[in-house]
Design a protein around this ligand. Structure first.
Ligand SMILES: *[C@@H]1O[C@H](CO)[C@@H](O)[C@H](O)[C@H]1NC(C)=O
Ligand SMILES: *[C@@H]1O[C@H](CO)[C@@H](O)[C@H](O)[C@H]1NC(C)=O
Length: 341
């Protein structure tokens, strides 16, 4: 471990601690709110009426839009931590490492977008992407050591690695980001230890099947999937395949200075300068990033509920403020009652 890596870890811990001791309290019962979101169909249907109802009932949490540019947590009245905001927590040297690693995937990112031309999802809609830039070409790619391809489920299939991980470029990519990704994974451990343990248990379980490639052995995160998206504006949306008590972790890098992240119905505006990490459930909280005139690569780490289910690992619950006070550290169990931790 080099000195830069250690300095980066120490800085990340400092930012997490600052966010933890600087909560913004919201008079919500987050669990009840999440219950009300459950029947929203993310990928299909027009939910604007339902979303308007949720906004009316739950938002905004401050008088107007609450702007956040410092480390903070957003906490409900039961002490559940809904959002972590960690401004510029990834130091420039790790942002540069992420850029170099992603730049090597340029061609994959761009061709994946070209190949999605017939997709009806807004996620690959050409009009949301800016022009290719020298910094990075426009497009997106999903990477996971184990998930179900469209049309497959835990009932009739085994989780598979995404195609890129079967290529030398995929391996190289993971190797190149060998400091930034572990730091992000370490942050997951701090901000939601149970989710971290669950993620590791899921990966151990997939490994034990011996049906996966080597890539899972080198997978640099407790989270089981990563989406990389370059030069795209992101309309308000939810990500539906995760679980509301878990965090997705979003960060972006690039030469831009402004690309605020908006969360609804909280009415939160996060400055989101390069290297900022925001953690929250993308299934529970709608989010948007407006068009940005300079290149921007965003990285979204997340987990899928059907992969957890398929591996029979108990789900992690809410992260709460008293997690570190209770002294009781729950372990994660297999279906069969065997401790995997
Ligand atoms: C959804 O419904 C609203 C009105 O309820 C309408 O304004 C909007 O255009 C619709 N969006 C789509 C994508 O159909
Ligand atoms: C998109 O659809 C058109 C028309 O059906 C087809 O010719 C083309 O090959 C498809 N392209 C891709 C990348 O699937």
């Amino acid at each position: 471990m080099g000195a830069t890596f250690i300095a980066g870890c120490i800085f990340a811990v400092e930012v997490c601690v600052t966010a933890f001791i600087t909560p913004f309290y919201v008079d919500w019962d987050y669990e009840q709110y999440c219950d009300e979101c459950k029947d929203i169909k993310v990928s299909t249907g027009n939910n604007s009426q339902k979303e308007a109802m949720l906004r009316e009932k739950w938002g905004p949490v401050d008088r107007g839009t609450l702007r956040v540019d410092k480390p903070r947590t957003i906490v409900d009245r039961a002490g559940r931590i809904m959002v972590w905001i960690l401004p510029e927590v990834l130091l420039p040297t790790f942002q540069a490492e992420l850029h170099a690693a992603t730049k090597d995937l340029d061609a994959h990112i761009a061709s994946n977008l070209r190949n999605s031309i017939n997709s009806t999802s807004w996620r690959s809609s050409r009009k949301l992407f800016g022009e290719d830039t020298a910094y990075i070409r426009s497009g997106f790619i999903n990477i996971s050591p184990g998930w179900y391809m469209p049309g497959h489920s835990a009932k009739n299939d085994k989780p598979r690695a995404t195609p890129l991980l079967h290529t030398p470029s995929g391996e190289l990519f993971l190797q190149c980001a060998h400091k930034a990704f572990p730091i992000m994974s370490g942050i997951t451990h701090i901000i939601h230890p149970e989710q971290y343990k669950m993620g590791r248990a899921i990966q151990e379980s997939i490994k034990r099947r011996k049906c996966t490639s080597n890539t899972i052995r080198n997978w640099p995160s407790a989270q089981t999937a990563l989406s990389i998206i370059s030069n795209r504006e992101t309309p308000f949306h939810r990500d539906g395949l995760s679980r509301m008590s878990w965090y997705d972790m979003l960060t972006s890098i690039g030469p831009y200075s402004k690309a605020p992240l908006y969360l609804s119905p909280l009415a939160l505006r996060i400055d989101n300068r390069p290297g900022t990490i925001c953690a929250f459930s993308g299934a529970a909280i709608r989010h948007r990033v407006r068009k940005c005139n300079l290149p921007r690569i965003s990285f979204a780490w997340y987990m899928r509920e059907n992969v957890r289910e398929g591996e029979c690992i108990e789900p992690a619950g809410w992260m709460t403020q008293n997690r570190y006070q209770s002294g009781r550290y729950p372990s994660i169990y297999c279906c069969k009652g065997r401790t995997t931790q």
